[in-house]
Design a protein around this ligand. Structure first.
Ligand code: DC
Length: 218
């Protein structure tokens, strides 16, 4: 990515709204977009489909280093299941795996996509580790209750027959793992703009975020 292009990092916990914000920014400003959670989810799916126990760190890391994600179908609906989200969160604490995925993410931002006006990547450690030099960093939050309801509705709309209590349990466990793991835990970069989406509609969040992009581009 050349110097005058905008690089945006968006972080936040599960179902905070970071994906919707990133997609919309990418569409409106012609930015390349990567949902880095999908990389972790894709890794989880590959591990499970190849009968590798996600708890076996060495086996997971050994297997994953030969995977070429260029051929992977990131639109695969299986990636969105709670089981894959949970497995992704477990393997996300493996240092070598994170380093491998880090390179893919940085290449996406700085080597590929030079035809775009910039890049936006969302995840958990984008502003802190993946793109610490990003021009704009957002940290998106929402109350646990709101995030549970959002994720539950999303899973129902995808056809998963799931009770809200189960989504709540999974979300609490995932927040705990993602925020307290040893390697690249979720936290807001000191220079991140905090957006709490608990009481806001998506359009209101978007208007707030857009202002920062407009200021940067002006
Ligand atoms: O955003 P998501 O729910 O699709 O992410 C799935 C898991 O992947 C998340 O619980 C932790 C991991 N992840 C990560 O460790 N770092 C990222 N940048 C993105 C996701």
């Amino acid at each position: 990515m050349t110097k005058n292009k905008v690089v945006i990092a968006v972080d936040g916990p599960a179902a905070s709204g970071k994906g919707s914000l990133s997609r919309r920014l990418s569409k409106d400003y012609n930015l390349a977009h990567m949902d880095s959670g999908k990389l972790y989810r894709a890794t989880a799916l590959i591990i499970i489909e190849n009968n590798i126990n996600p708890e076996e760190k060495n086996k997971v890391e050994q297997y994953i280093k030969d995977i070429d994600f260029d051929d992977f179908i990131f639109e695969n609906k299986k990636l969105l299941s709670d089981e894959i989200g949970k497995t992704a969160s477990i393997i996300a604490n493996y240092k070598n795996l994170r380093d491998y995925l880090l390179k893919i993410q940085r290449d996406f931002a700085y080597v590929k996509n030079n035809d775009k006006l910039g890049v936006v990547i969302d995840g958990r450690d984008i502003g802190t580790v993946v793109l610490p030099e990003a021009n704009i960093k957002f940290f998106i939050t929402a109350s646990l209750d709101v995030r549970i309801t959002r994720r539950w509705k999303e899973l129902l709309s995808l056809g998963y027959d799931i009770i809200k209590r189960h989504v709540e349990q999974e979300m609490i466990e995932r927040d705990e793992r993602d925020s307290h793991r040893t390697h690249s835990p979720l936290f807001a970069a000191p220079d991140a703009i905090l957006l709490d989406t608990t009481k806001l509609k998506f359009d209101q969040v978007y208007v707030l975020a857009k202002k920062y992009v407009e200021v940067f581009l002006s």
